[in-house]
Design a protein around this ligand. Structure first.
Ligand SMILES: [Zn+2]
Length: 689
């Protein structure tokens, strides 16, 4: 469920959060705030194309001029409203980091951010060092003597943020959300998804070949002779392909039951009797793991068979690769460029590497993001934005309640449970009430690699230390500067970082119709995640426990099927269609979010009316146009293919045109009838929430 640009709490794929915006490997989530630094509004009429027919080509109507005038920057694989905000804020963050590096910010976090930034910007030293900063870890791998030591080495690499073999994490117990438990899950791949190892179409084969060449290149960079490097790349490919075969698909991962298998050390031994798991747990600092979730038992069983059957030398090869790959961006330009050539150019179509300062800020955001956020929020976040958004949240929650009340397909018994869940949704806006304590993290202006490794270890230990403690309701899964938002089902909370609350996404001075169509729909989107095909399986307390009557559940799933079918029809590029099952949760959230945001706007207009027309648009037309503009974006072909294969969000254009086609309110607002129906031929309007 979690896009790769999310801050990684620890190793492996974080499951549980669902967010508003799409995954974007090249976009740092480094990005803040404010409603004061931009002249942009939430709805820019000059960026529309009034010649296009809103009924049949709404994306072009709302965005045509913008799409024409905003080519994708060379260092991006996509350019969108979210990226506009990201770029603006990167510039602001740069000023903060430079001031901190110059010693002008006199605080612990100021020192931390300044030293981290200085170490990352010291290009001359980084170039001179080449692969040397990895020497201690490479030596440790070389010295592994047996399979026990192999498990200890994997534990050390996990602590330093390396994606080795499987994932380990500490999360809320999905069926007892009042406690934290350790979790073992699938992981250990270098390509973005299992399918990249297994599909046989020409494009995938080409990517796979380029990947193997890139792996060989990395081995050469850490000192292997060319023919050895080639052979080692083949070993990596073989091992990862075995892991891929044992991995669940992205669609299967959307079923929370499929990733829940409560166990303990004895149970784990039954799943995999080859591996010395106590050695691993001891090495991560967990002597008594107690109950734990073996999220993906088939994968762990296969990993165990592989640990037993594959030679130590082959494992050393595999670990050296993942170490070099995960730290490539902190090393000299030979590593950085090789990494970019594959992950940036080949996979995402990006033309140019981002300038160093952007990459360093992204890394700090990833590794010590709340320190950066603390400095940013102090300077840029306005209390007015928080108050304005909170008012919208309350109105949208009311609208959701009203909408549930009117559902014809749902019984009163289930409705009462739905209200209960809605009433307990927690709301977080802007930034955490209590800032993360970084006092145990040492960062200096010396080795950039060492800083990143220590920051990873700090984060690993922070997460591990949650075991046995009460749930931290103050914790945030995104940094304040992130241009995104999320719903977390085990916390039953919606979270809006300061970063998303600024133009062209939100403006305190915009007309309500524009704000409700944009940020209002995002609020509605996150709230609807509590009731999408995945979120609806969790109850008000965040437990994976059904609160539905059997009949209502059946009705709901039949409706989910209709939206899956609708999106399966869309064919954005080549022969590739949107995957209706992969994107169902986000598509349900988009549609539900629009409906309840519009309803909330209508209620709000009764007490706070706005002009009958602004720029020739009625309030309801402005609502829809603002929504269309919030999704304005261009994407490179390679990135679109990657997105269709891996991202639970549909491409932006379809996130606009599909919900509108399902809303009679839209056709009414733009007088769309007959031939000019926004609905695809043969398609039926979907009604869920
Ligand atoms: Zn979402």
């Amino acid at each position: 469920m979690l896009p790769p640009f999310f801050k990684r709490t620890t190793i492996g794929t974080l499951v549980g959060l669902v967010c508003a915006a799409s995954a974007h490997a090249q976009t740092p989530s480094t990005v803040p705030v404010t409603t004061t630094t931009s002249n942009q509004l939430v709805l820019e009429s000059a960026t529309m194309n009034l010649k296009a027919d809103p009924c049949t080509d709404f994306f072009e109507y709302a965005n045509g001029t913008w799409l024409k005038n905003n080519p994708i920057p060379a260092d991006r694989s996509r350019y969108s409203a979210y990226d506009e905000v990201t770029e603006r804020n990167l510039t602001a963050l740069k000023q903060i980091a430079e001031a901190a590096a110059a010693g002008e910010v006199k605080s612990k976090v100021g020192q931390l951010v300044g030293a981290f930034y200085a170490s990352g910007m010291n290009e001359a030293q980084i170039e001179k060092d080449g692969a040397t900063p990895l020497k201690p870890q490479l030596d440790a791998i070389k010295n592994i003597k047996d399979k026990q030591q192999l498990m200890a080495a994997i534990a050390s690499l996990h602590k330093e943020g390396v994606n080795a073999l499987f994932g380990f994490d500490v999360q809320q117990d999905a069926k007892k959300a009042t406690r934290y438990i350790p979790q073992l899950m699938q992981g250990g791949l270098g390509l973005p998804d299992r399918d990249y190892y297994l599909k046989t179409d020409a494009k995938t084969v080409e990517i796979r070949n380029k990947y193997q060449a890139y792996v060989a290149q990395m081995f050469a960079l850490i000192g292997d002779a060319p023919d050895v490097a080639k052979q080692n790349a083949k070993t990596v490919m073989d091992l990862e392909t075995r892991l891929a075969k044992a991995s669940l698909t992205k669609v299967a991962l959307r079923d929370p039951e499929a990733s829940y298998h409560l166990s303990d050390l004895n149970g784990l031994h039954k799943i995999d009797h080859f591996t010395s798991w106590p050695t691993y747990f001891n090495a991560v600092g967990l002597n008594q793991p107690g109950q734990l979730n073996v999220a993906h038992p088939k994968f762990i069983a296969e990993a165990g068979r592989m640990i037993n059957g594959v030679s130590l030398d082959q494992w050393k090869t595999y670990l050296r690769w993942h170490l070099a790959n995960d730290y490539a961006n902190e090393l000299s330009s030979a590593f950085v460029n090789a990494h970019f050539d594959f992950y940036g150019k080949t996979l995402a179509g990006t033309k140019e590497l981002q300038p160093r300062w952007k990459r360093v800020l992204a890394k700090i955001d990833m590794n010590a993001g709340e320190a950066l956020g603390e400095l940013y929020v102090a300077k840029f976040f306005s209390p007015e934005a928080k108050a304005g958004v909170l008012e919208m949240v309350n109105n949208i929650k009311d609208a959701m309640r009203e909408s549930i009340g009117k559902l014809e397909w749902m019984s009163e018994a289930t409705k009462q449970q739905a209200y209960k869940k809605l009433d307990t949704v927690m709301v977080k806006i802007g930034y955490p009430d209590v800032w993360r304590d970084y006092s145990a993290l040492h960062i200096d202006d010396g080795s950039y690699v060492a800083n990143v490794a220590r920051a990873n270890e700090f984060e690993f230990n922070r997460v591990l230390s949650k075991l046995g403690k009460p749930i931290d309701r103050n914790e945030w899964g995104m940094t304040p500067q992130t241009v995104n938002a999320y719903y977390n089902p085990t916390m039953n909370e919606i979270v809006f970082p300061a970063g998303i609350l600024q133009p062209p996404l939100y403006h305190v001075n915009a007309d309500p119709a524009a704000n409700y169509g944009n940020t209002g729909a995002t609020i509605g989107h996150e709230l609807t995640h509590a009731f999408d095909d995945e979120g609806s399986q969790f109850d008000a307390q965040g437990n994976l426990k059904s609160w539905w009557t059997k009949q209502d559940q059946k009705q709901f799933l039949a409706r989910v099927k209709t939206i899956q079918d609708q999106f399966d029809e869309f064919n954005p590029i080549d022969q590739l269609h949107i995957n209706g099952k992969l994107t169902a949760g986000e598509n349900i959230a988009d549609l539900g979010g629009m409906k309840i945001a519009l309803q909330a706007l209508r209620t709000s207009l009764k007490t706070k009316p706005q002009a009958p027309e602004i720029d020739g648009l009625t309030p309801e037309q402005r609502f829809f146009v603002a929504n269309g503009q919030s999704f304005r974006s261009l994407i490179r072909d390679e990135s679109l293919r990657l997105k269709l294969a891996t991202d639970p969000h549909s491409p932006d254009k379809y996130r606009v045109i599909a919900p509108l086609a399902n809303m009679p309110e839209f056709s009414e607002a733009f007088s769309c009838k007959g031939e000019r129906s926004p609905l695809r031929h043969g398609s039926k309007q979907v009604i869920i929430w």
